[in-house]
Design a protein around this ligand. Structure first.
Ligand SMILES: NC(=O)c1ccc[n+]([C@@H]2O[C@H](COP(=O)([O-])OP(=O)(O)OC[C@H]3O[C@@H](n4cnc5c(N)ncnc54)[C@H](OP(=O)(O)O)[C@@H]3O)[C@@H](O)[C@H]2O)c1
Length: 282
């Protein structure tokens, strides 16, 4: 199980488990599901949990972690917990209070990673990122970023961004690694379903694995930290089994060739913003 999982070393010396559990809750998922799923995920061995203020799952995440600590299954330091600063709080004077709100929702003392969610217009709070003697906030130097969390999967494999991140010692964290799957508000219903890809499905059969496992394993072998989300027990258990097998390099090359620069989550609410990031090459 869990604690022997592969980790990626961050540029600040901390380690992040290479497989994380996503906790975005689509509208149609019942309110009680996130808590149940996060319990199952920790029991199955997930030690990296990804939430965000805007997902409204922080309280469930915190409750599940605290209950697993109380039950003696994990210690707080065994869990790598991420939450995110939503766009409406990017103004410097709002950063600290939003972090405090998240910690209150979580009922925990700290998070391991605080991500600026869709950083289109922000200069992060100088309380958190003090100005140095050259008048720059630490964030002006991209090297201080420990991670970039971006959409990344077989149809948008981000190879150029990955090379850039590697050159800067930034860990790339992949979301929508399973193609996000419908129904979700932001996924175009006409877009191809990633996990139905025939090349992926044939490869899964060959390895006696599921397409989801191959899609996740592909990212791990590229040195990417990958998130997987599910509200189904069988899928949660299946997704953690990605450390049990390896893809040969010829299969990695075949999977590389599936890239088609298809973005499932284009963040349409940001379109038209001068710093909307998804029109750029990266
Ligand atoms: N930073 C950001 O801006 C950002 C943006 C988007 C997402 N995220 C994070 O990334 C996480 C994952 O993103 P995502 O939910 O869009 O995409 P995803 O992980 O690519 O896809 C999740 C979907 O895949 C299905 N699934 C999971 N395991 C499966 C399996 N073994 N076999 C078949 N289907 C499986 C799930 O279905 P069921 O639920 O029906 O089981 C779920 O609908 C989110 O929860 C969130 O934490 C971050």
């Amino acid at each position: 199980m869990s604690s022997k999982q592969q980790c990626v070393k961050l540029n600040d010396g901390h380690f992040i488990p290479a497989l994380g559990f996503g906790t975005y809750k689509p509208e149609e998922v019942p309110e009680n599901k996130p808590l149940e799923a996060i319990h199952l995920a920790i029991e199955a061995g997930f030690r990296h949990i990804d939430t965000a203020f805007v997902y409204q799952t922080e309280s469930h995440v915190g409750q599940a972690i605290r209950s697993k600590i109380a039950a003696g299954l994990v210690k707080r330091e065994d869990i790598f917990l991420t939450t995110k600063l939503w766009c409406t709080f990017h103004r410097p004077e709002l950063v600290q209070s939003n972090l405090e709100k998240s910690l209150k929702n979580l009922q925990l003392d700290y998070v391991d990673l605080y991500i600026i969610h869709y950083p289109m217009q922000m200069k992060p709070g100088e309380d958190l990122f003090p100005v140095d003697e050259h008048g720059k906030t630490l964030f002006d130097t991209v090297d201080i970023c420990a991670t970039w969390e971006v959409e990344c999967h077989l149809y948008l494999n981000q190879s150029k961004l990955l090379n850039y991140c590697k050159s800067k010692d930034i860990a790339l964290v992949a979301y929508c690694a399973l193609g996000s799957q419908r129904p979700k508000r932001w996924v175009d219903p006409n877009s191809p379903v990633l996990l139905n890809d025939s090349v992926l499905c044939d490869m899964a059969k060959k390895h006696k694995r599921s397409p989801a496992q191959i899609a996740l394993r592909y990212q791990l072998q590229r040195g990417i930290v990958v998130l997987a989300q599910s509200y189904k027990e069988n899928e949660i258990k299946e997704n953690i089994q990605v450390f049990e097998f390896e893809l040969p390099s010829e299969d990695m090359k075949i999977l590389d060739s599936l890239n088609r620069n298809l973005r499932y989550a284009p963040a349409p609410f940001g379109e038209g913003h001068p710093e909307y990031p998804f029109s750029d090459e990266f």
